[in-house]
Design a protein around this ligand. Structure first.
Ligand code: CAA
Length: 381
């Protein structure tokens, strides 16, 4: 792995950094207070290529690769984790449709995602009683003439109320994992009912809803991939998605560390800046080491995916380590701010709350450990 960034990777990172600093960071606090999903930002993110970083230019993407995508996610997340999760899921949906879709599906749906016309994408896998075990999901899809009819409910759907393009998993036969299929559903389709907005601990300007499908009819050509192949599609998408969440965790942790450096240089105690005491300096040294380790794991997973090599284990390792690291780093950042870390005048309390979900969504830390352990044992079988 070349540790020097290419010209394209540097360009994407710098573009994302400029966008994040100028357009997102100044509004992040207000957006979260208002719990407002920033629809307008996504058109602009699309214009700078960030809704399809790893998608070929002919479908409106930036064609910049997975490492560039991870770098861009880190930058956007450092400004606002809420915006970054919607960006991550949109890229994930675009990549999934690009990888498994027909040419017609790519032209219609991938371009809608990369251009921002769809606003964002949604990934509808989890259900009220099937989160870590998607093989147990019960939403059904039944063929009726030239249509599929969907019935059932989905839970924890990121951007669900705003997504113009969704990928939705449903059961087409009772055969466990092998009975799942994946469908593309357009926002606004009759029979797709958007549930209430969840009142979350963090990511408060990200939209999280439940979905209900009530005799929701979609054209038969919106089956994505083959019938019965849905579980595999979900796993492939989640492998890539985990690089996105690992990158998000790195971005939030970096923001927390930078805020801590600024604050401790400025804040005085016992007649000297807090940053001059050894205890906070050591704390920040440890934060930096852990952050760098997470960044390297994340970029390595991204590099392996970009090279077309197996990266399931690496993506899970990056996601596991980076999300747990972000929680530790944000906790220390609050501590370093003392009482000011506990109020919303400083951003670290938001980082702390935003980081919490990272060990839960796109596969809990426990699921990542299952995946990593299975991959280790495969080597010895
Ligand atoms: N790539 C390709 N295929 C894969 C795969 C991968 N990474 N992982 C598994 N498969 C295949 C297996 O090879 C196997 O195929 P065969 O049947 O042909 O042999 C099949 O899938 C079943 O595999 P497993 O037996 O390993 O499946 P399992 O039921 O034991 O589940 C699991 C494994 C890793 C726990 C999986 O269920 C999982 O990842 N769960 C977590 C789900 C998750 O992450 N949900 C997040 C929701 S989305 C979200 O949060 C998005 C958001 O909005 C932010």
């Amino acid at each position: 792995m070349n540790l020097e960034l290419s010209e394209t990777q540097t360009l994407i990172r710098d573009t994302a950094r400029k966008f994040a600093r100028e357009k997102i960071a100044p509004r992040a606090r207000a957006l979260e207070r208002e719990e407002r999903f920033p629809t307008e930002l996504f058109k602009e993110l699309a214009e700078v290529g960030l809704l399809g970083v790893n998608i070929p230019a002919r479908y409106g993407g930036a064609e910049a690769g997975v490492v560039a995508y991870a770098l861009a996610m880190m930058e956007i997340a450092a400004a606002d984790a809420s915006t970054s999760v919607a960006m991550s899921v949109t890229n994930m949906c675009a990549e999934l449709i690009h990888a498994f879709g027909t040419e017609a599906q790519r032209e219609k749906f991938v371009t809608r995602l990369t251009s921002g016309e769809a606003v964002v994408g949604s990934f509808a896998l989890s259900e009220p009683h099937a989160g870590s075990d998607p093989g147990a999901l019960s939403t059904s899809a039944v063929r009726k003439g030239d249509k599929w009819v969907l019935n059932g409910s989905k839970q924890w759907i990121t951007s669900g109320a705003y997504a113009g393009v969704m990928v939705v998993w449903a059961r087409t036969s009772p055969a466990g994992n092998k009975g799942l299929s994946c469908f593309i559903v357009e926002g606004g389709t009759q029979g797709l009912i958007i549930g209430r907005h969840e009142d979350k601990m963090g990511l408060r300007s990200s939209n999280t809803v439940s979905l209900t499908f009530e005799d929701c009819e979609i054209p038969e050509d919106q089956l994505l991939g083959k019938e019965g192949e849905g579980f595999k599609l979900a796993m492939v998408a989640l492998d890539g998605g985990r690089i996105g969440i690992a990158s998000q965790a790195c971005g939030v942790a970096r923001a927390a560390l930078e805020a801590s450096v600024r604050y401790t240089k400025d804040r005085k105690a016992f007649n000297q800046p807090v940053a001059d005491f050894q205890a906070p300096r050591f704390m920040m040294a440890d934060m930096k080491v852990q952050l760098s380790a997470a960044e390297l794991l994340t970029l390595r997973a991204a590099h392996m995916k970009e090279q077309g090599r197996p990266f399931t284990r690496e993506a899970s390792m990056a996601k596991l380590y980076a999300s747990e690291m972000a929680n530790r780093v944000c906790d220390k950042a609050v501590q370093l701010h003392g009482g000011y870390g506990y109020i919303d005048e400083f951003p670290v309390e938001r980082y702390f709350r935003d980081a919490r979900v990272q060990t839960i969504y796109e596969g809990t830390s426990e699921v990542q450990r299952m995946v990593i352990a299975r991959e280790i044992f495969k080597l010895f079988s």
